[in-house]
Write a protein that binds this ligand. Structure first.
Ligand code: PMP
Length: 299
């Protein structure tokens, strides 16, 4: 993969080859960092970042959970993302800001370690598939909300997602689905889940999942554009098996429709509503619907 020529690090844009770190790095050893994943799209008015401020606010929130003293404001970080895209001349792709405890300290209390904040950006096409995907229920449950704070995007949490993704891959599924500690539907390794049954849309309530920015976008678009309200509630695995339609949402995954769960086809696979939402989302992020233009930050 080509990760571009430059990165933004601690206030300046530097060549990628200068962006090095010691092997004595707190986050490298313990996962003590927070991160975001953001997409930028080519629009008629140039490159635009989708919901940049929301992502930088969530980065700040995640940092506060892990007690990372964030040296840059939301506004400064938004500008840093845009500056990097300009420097990289990237028309569309993926942006990865990280804030972590870095060098200078070992031991589980990170206080005293250097704070390292950096942003990389590179071209990245479809994360999953444009066509409906096969999904398997992961034997690994989503992290327990009393072990870790599931709504913070903390690097170390992602071992749970990595192991689920490896399991899915090893079992010939395109993606995994994780249940929560009560056996209820939770989310994918990097995606929120929606199901549609008898014209009503449902999604797992917050608590054991990441509060996805795409999730919030799709809830709003479904209500405003299609007149469909979403019920945020506790959902059982049977609700997915018996759904008419199901889809994942995520910055990387965008709207990805589910074909089957554990080998059982979901609904008739006509996917009328999820297909409409997938198209709507693409139209919004690519700047084709003017009323949602304030969700885009133009480079
Ligand atoms: N859940 C998890 C565990 C994730 O990593 C992601 C990706 N950030 C999502 C859901 C979707 O969140 P978003 O729509 O904000 O990208």
């Amino acid at each position: 993969m080509d990760f571009g020529t430059h990165v933004w690090r601690n206030g300046e844009i530097i060549p990628m080859e200068e962006a090095k770190t010691s092997i004595i790095n707190h986050a490298l050893h313990y996962g003590s960092g927070v991160f975001e994943g953001i997409r930028c799209y080519q629009t008629e008015r140039g490159t635009a970042v989708f919901k940049l401020k929301e992502h930088m606010e969530r980065l700040h929130y995640s940092a506060s959970v892990l007690e990372i003293p964030m040296p840059y404001s939301v506004e400064a970080l938004c500008q840093a993302n845009l500056d990097l895209l300009k420097k990289q001349n990237l028309a569309s792709g993926y942006i990865r800001p990280v804030a972590c405890f870095g060098e200078g300290k070992m031991g589980l209390n990170p206080a005293g370690a250097d704070i390292d904040v950096f942003i990389a950006a590179w071209g990245w096409g479809k994360y999953l598939s444009d066509d409906p995907i096969t999904v398997g229920t992961s034997p690994w449950i989503r992290i327990h909300p009393k072990s870790l704070q599931a709504d913070a995007k903390i690097n170390g949490h992602y071992v749970n997602s990595i192991m689920s993704s490896q399991w899915a891959h090893n079992n010939n599924y395109q993606e995994a689905l994780l249940l929560d500690y009560n056996g209820n539907l939770a989310e994918g390794p990097g995606e929120n889940l929606f199901i549609i049954k008898d014209g009503v849309m449902y999604t797992p309530q917050l608590g054991t999942i990441l509060s996805g920015i795409t999730r919030a976008t799709v809830i709003e678009l479904a209500e405003k554009e299609l007149g469909i309200k979403t019920i945020e509630t506790t959902l059982k695995p049977e609700d997915l098996v018996n759904a008419d339609e199901a889809f994942f949402t995520g910055t990387a995954a965008e709207v990805t429709i589910l074909k089957s769960i554990d080998g059982n086809q979901i609904g008739t696979q006509e996917n009328k509503t999820s297909g409409q939402l997938k198209q709507l989302y693409a139209d919004v992020v690519e700047g084709r619907i003017e009323k949602y233009d304030d969700w885009l930050s133009y480079v």
